[in-house]
Design a protein around this ligand. Structure first.
Ligand code: BT5
Length: 346
């Protein structure tokens, strides 16, 4: 008699078989043969597949089976299916509810997890932003992802990674919402001026060597406005809201943002940017980062660890620092919190 783990493994095998041959119906007999299993276990495995919220077509007497659709769940099976990356997602750990995926990834990295390991969750109860702030992470509607990297470059090159991740994200979101996406240096992605995604890069390093680097990415995908706490509503949005506000979907669509696909697209885009960044820093990506920038050319107030300045943001340099003209002199900042002072975006 097969135990639960055996049934789950069989369900995985069947799933792979029927979804890679989506147009085909399979008889239970052929599934049993293909998977070297007993027909009675096939029924249990099909029940399991349905419990995982996959849609399958089982004819009346349950003799034939066909794959219909996968749930929009951030499971390792879904994320890895047809994932087009070499490194990112080599190991995938998917959770239902965690305090913070960055916290888990940091612990895994300390215990030797390989570069490219990713951690995802359907919900975070203490999602982290920068400087002790919170990332609102309601269940099932967003992407909460942490990526473990082990680059050989020196620690002072780490801050640029947030920008590179923001660039990958801006490119991917722009596939759905062309010309509406901006990057607010150093780590925010905005749609029509509202924050849609944030990046938190955390680092374990000594003076000249990075031990590991955790890139944490939170993306608002399917949130309705009511899903945001009231204080965030004026400043936040989700991809779904933006699509609807721009008449790119109807009100009735119930599953607009395919989170799995978006996550896979982001991982592929970020992998390319990361490999490029390791080779040439921001050299090749800077023109695109500049063109997405919501700050360049604007009068800004910047708060960094020990000062507050006002000036005109004129550029982002090769290290990813923001160059601000203050009383006719250029100063560059590698981190900080920026408010736009001139009319328009915040
Ligand atoms: C960030 O910080 O934007 C980085 C967010 C990183 C979140 C990811 S989720 C996966 C991984 N695991 C974690 O624990 N964290 C990472 P910061 O720039 O400090 O922005 C935080 C501010 O954004 C908050 O103080 C709010 O004002 C606002 N905010 C919080 N949740 C938001 C949301 N869901 N959408 C838009 N804005 C939000």
């Amino acid at each position: 008699m097969a135990d639960r783990r055996d049934i789950e493994r069989l369900a995985d095998d069947i799933l792979l078989l029927i979804r890679t041959n989506e147009i085909q119906s399979f008889s239970r007999k052929s599934l049993a043969e293909e998977c070297s299993a007993k027909p009675s276990d096939i029924s249990k495995a099909l029940d399991q597949i349905e419990q995982w919220n996959y849609q399958i077509e089982r004819d009346d007497d349950g003799r034939t089976v066909r794959f219909l659709s996968a749930p929009d769940s951030l499971t390792a099976t879904e994320i890895s299916y047809k994932l087009q990356t070499e490194v990112l997602g080599r190991q995938i750990f998917s959770y239902q509810s965690v305090k913070s995926t960055n916290e888990i990834a940091m612990r895994m990295a300390e215990n030797g997890a390989v570069e490219g390991t990713i951690v995802t969750a359907e919900e975070q109860t203490s999602g982290r932003g920068r400087l002790g702030r919170e990332w609102h992470s309601p269940r099932g509607v967003g992407i909460y992802l942490s990526i473990i990297l082990r680059p050989l470059f020196p620690p002072d090159k780490a801050p640029g990674i947030s920008l590179v991740a923001a660039l990958a994200l801006a490119d991917v979101i722009s596939l759905y919402l062309p010309n509406m996406v901006k990057i607010k240096w150093p780590n925010d992605v905005l749609i029509n001026g509202r924050k849609t995604a944030g990046i938190l890069t955390e680092l374990a390093a000594d003076k000249d060597r990075i031990e590991h680097l955790i890139v944490g990415v939170g993306i608002n995908v399917n949130q309705e406005m009511n899903d945001f706490p009231s204080e965030l509503r004026p400043r936040a949005t989700s991809i779904r809201e933006a699509l609807r506000n721009n008449n790119l979907i109807g009100d009735q669509t119930d599953s607009t943002g395919d989170r799995v696909r978006l996550l896979q697209q982001f991982l592929a885009a970020f992998e390319n940017e990361y490999l490029q960044y390791k080779k040439t820093s921001l050299e090749s990506s800077l023109p695109r980062i500049r063109s997405y920038s919501s700050l360049i050319g604007r009068q800004v107030r910047l708060m960094s660890a020990n000062e507050q300045i006002e000036g005109k943001a004129v550029d982002i340099n090769l290290n990813g620092a923001l160059e601000v003209e203050i009383d006719g002199r250029l100063t560059s900042f590698s981190s900080g919190e920026v408010t736009v002072l001139s009319a328009g975006q915040t």
